[in-house]
Ligand binder design. Structure first.
Ligand SMILES: [Zn+2]
Length: 102
């Protein structure tokens, strides 16, 4: 991946732990695929360290950027709780990315 593509796109979000994986240019718009840097995540219920359980692509807002519509696709991480006694089986990543500041 070219840093030259990534840098301006990452600056779009101004979030240090969000990384742009792909930028696809359509006829009248851009699609930006982002994901967060991997971190250790605990289960929200029991706090046991969770294991990765794949990803789900979530389309976030269409952000107009310099007059061009930009669709943001977040490759959200899915986690599985390793604690058998816990009622949480899987849970998905939470990030401020999904609720951009006004
Ligand atoms: Zn749990």
């Amino acid at each position: 991946m070219s840093h030259a593509i990534c840098a301006p796109a990452c600056a779009l979000f101004d979030l240090p732990d969000v990384h742009v994986r792909a930028v696809e240019r359509g006829p009248r718009s851009f699609t930006v695929v982002v994901e967060t840097f991997p971190t250790l995540v605990g289960c929200p219920s029991c706090g046991v360290l969770a294991t990765g359980h794949g990803r789900r692509e979530v389309v976030l807002h269409d952000l107009p950027c310099a007059g061009v519509p930009v669709r943001v696709v977040w490759r959200k991480r899915i986690f599985r709780c390793r604690e058998d006694a816990c009622e949480v089986v899987t849970f998905s990543e939470v990030h401020e990315l999904a609720a951009p500041r006004a």
